[in-house]
Design a protein around this ligand. Sequence first.
Ligand SMILES: [Zn+2]
Length: 283
Amino acid sequence: MMAAETYQFQLGGWTCWSIQDENGGPPVSDLFGEVPPQDRHFIPYPDDHVLDMSFNCLLIHTGDEYILLDSGNGVDSGGDGRLLQNLATLNITPDQINAVVLSHAHGDHYAGMLHSSGAKVFPNARYVMWRDEWLYYGTDEHRERERQRPNGEMRVQLWETYFRPLEKYLTFVDAAAPQIAPGITARPTPGHSKHHIAIEVAAQGETLLYTGDAFLHPLYFQHPEWRFRNDIDATDTEQSRRTLIAEALKKNALIHSFHFPFPGLGHLVEENGALEWQPVMLA
Ligand SMILES: [Zn+2]
């Protein structure tokens, strides 16, 4: 039997689904390679252990609109994205999606927004992202930066096909106007990317924090100071993680994390100064 790849839950009066786009993990050495040697004992696996990493998009039905947070790896891009296939099992078609929100400008989040032809995968949706993230990653200057990195040409090709052409479809949120839709608000949480955002979803007194890639593994809740090698700024990342943790505790928020094991949902609980991650378990 196929493992479930959609998980439905209620937030306030809204119906939401965590939807797996892909799964398959990196080894411990990849995700925790920069952890200081004196902290290594906090990681309960050997270096070559392969972690359970998922790619979880979030779909929210507010009553008025279907709003999708991140789009996954896509299919045209050479990715193995199953988002559309999993949407179909919910009897939801791409043309029903009203908005797609991008947490940050990395391919595993944006490549599902466009076909290789440049056409929108979600033809009726407004495409929303943080203005400064676009201003940093949408430029010719960024193309040159990408060329300097390992696998530069491959990265540029993905960017040219699936990111740069977004320009003509995008609407922006920014510090002056962070609201995406009523109850859905962008929260600047830089560090993983230059202007990464988290997304706060508030429905009838209940709060969900969509944390994108601020935490790539639950151990980062206990160690927000640990550096992940792909974060663009470790100091910003740590600050953003601490802000999100404080916010989650204050609001008793349900947390959604893009790369945690599916469905990527859970609560943070603080006991005697120690943080515990309590994941939502699949039935
Ligand atoms: Zn990611």
